[in-house]
Design a protein around this ligand. Structure first.
Ligand SMILES: Cc1cc2nc3c(=O)[nH]c(=O)nc-3n(C[C@H](O)[C@H](O)[C@H](O)COP(=O)(O)OP(=O)(O)OC[C@H]3O[C@@H](n4cnc5c(N)ncnc54)[C@H](O)[C@@H]3O)c2cc1C
Length: 378
């Protein structure tokens, strides 16, 4: 059996790397830029990718793609993450906003939104979490009431990354308060400059603009803003959450950080210390485990199988890899690993975020217990 990349995949990775190395400074990290500068940079960079159709290469050609395979999509994610994710918020568009539109959009919605995304003209944010609806997303209370000609949306979303610079919000709202909680939810594609939308920053330990609160105060939404059936959004949401959880090759960035940490340890003669050596080795094994598991997800996807179950397991493995790299960095850097600018401090942020965003570690473990192992709740 031959486990190597196919020639077209190896060529795509090579071309991407050559392009990224020519375009970006060494050790570039787009997330270290302030939000307005980040948006300006990623828009200009997205335009360069779009010229080559590399922003959305897995999409159908008619919507700006190249119909590349799931494996090439993974290569794109790996290389972007390894080079500081110069697309910033655009990764969401390619990973799950666009696929959700392709899955459930009307032809009019596809024509309007997909072209804009594949040209890199727009930034989207995700209006899911609310106070009281995070892990239990289906408990969301933002409501969209049909008044006979339009929906009227009111409610509050929190932790909305990129909302301060986004053009559209992919918003979940309850359209049928009488239905069971999973059955009354609809999806809306809301321009962030619609009257009644107010966005304000939530300060945090992360970079400025990472979290926002979005208030929807009687926002009038025509029917054409609804994606999918009225009160039938949940099956679409389930599919896009799987795409979101596997969309970012987080293990790739963690393993790059580990390379730097291991080099620093080697140069300082610290690898003779068995505790440090073990921490670095454990982190390497955790990154490799996450990589192998995402390859399994992609293999299933390439074969047209639903990847839900393996995706949960991959997600746990990647969260653990991020944490193991953080622990290795702290062992190597000591108390210096707590200071801004250290590998430890930077990796702390990534490890913390990966264990909460797109569903916490505990919720992924619950899903594995229920759906993979088949454990019944007591
Ligand atoms: C970096 C980052 C970016 C984010 N970006 C966005 C965004 O763009 N858009 C958006 O909508 N949201 C975003 N979020 C929010 C994220 O989706 C939620 O924080 C997450 O779903 C958890 O919800 P919560 O914060 O309400 O915590 P809670 O649901 O209140 O959970 C609190 C704790 O209780 C545990 N817990 C809860 N229920 C169970 C259970 N049944 N079994 C076991 N343990 C349980 C959780 O694991 C957690 O440890 C982001 C979060 C982070 C960290």
């Amino acid at each position: 059996m031959d486990f190597d990349w196919r020639p077209e995949e190896a060529e795509f990775r090579h071309d991407l790397k050559t392009f990224l190395e020519a375009e970006l400074p060494e050790d570039f990290d787009a997330f270290s830029l302030e939000p307005p500068e980040q948006k300006k940079f990623s828009k200009a960079f997205a335009a360069k990718l779009a010229e080559r159709r590399w922003l959305t290469p897995a999409w159908p050609r008619e919507y700006g793609g190249l119909e590349q395979s799931a494996w090439q999509q993974l290569i794109l994610s790996e290389e972007m993450v390894a080079h500081g994710e110069p697309r910033t918020a655009q990764y969401m568009c390619v990973n799950w906003v666009g696929p959700a539109l392709i899955l459930a959009g009307t032809e009019e919605q596809k024509q309007y939104h997909l072209q804009r995304i594949s040209r890199g003209d727009v930034v989207w944010c995700q209006g899911f979490s609310e106070p009281g609806a995070g892990s239990d997303l289906a408990a969301l209370r933002t409501k969209a009431t049909w008044d006979g000609s339009e929906y009227v949306i009111s409610g509050e979303k929190i932790w909305t990354s990129y909302a301060d610079t986004a053009d559209y919000c992919f918003l979940l709202a309850r359209t049928d308060p009488e239905a069971s909680k999973h059955n009354g939810i609809s999806i809306f594609l809301v321009p962030t400059d619609a009257p009644g939308v107010t966005i304000s920053e939530i300060p945090s330990i992360f970079a400025p603009g990472t979290f926002n609160q979005c208030v929807f105060d009687d926002v009038r939404a025509p029917e054409s803003w609804r994606l999918g059936p009225d009160s039938g959004g949940w099956p679409i949401i389930r599919k896009l959450l799987v795409n979101e959880r596997v969309g970012v090759a987080r293990f790739r960035r963690a393993s790059s950080t580990l390379d730097h940490v291991a080099k620093a340890a080697l140069e300082a003669g610290l690898l003779d210390d068995p505790i440090i050596c073990e921490a670095v080795a454990k982190a390497q094994a955790a990154c490799d485990a996450a990589r192998v598991l995402i390859y399994r997800v992609v293999d299933e996807r390439a074969k047209g199988q639903a990847p839900d179950l393996t995706a949960y397991v991959y997600r746990v493995a990647t969260i653990r890899a991020e944490k193991a790299v953080y622990e290795a960095a702290l062992q190597v850097e000591g108390s210096g690993g707590l200071l801004k600018g250290s590998y430890g401090a930077a990796q702390f942020g990534h490890a913390l975020a990966s264990g909460v965003a797109t569903g916490t570690l505990e919720m992924q473990l619950n899903l594995i217990a229920r759906d993979v192992i088949g454990a019944a709740p007591r």
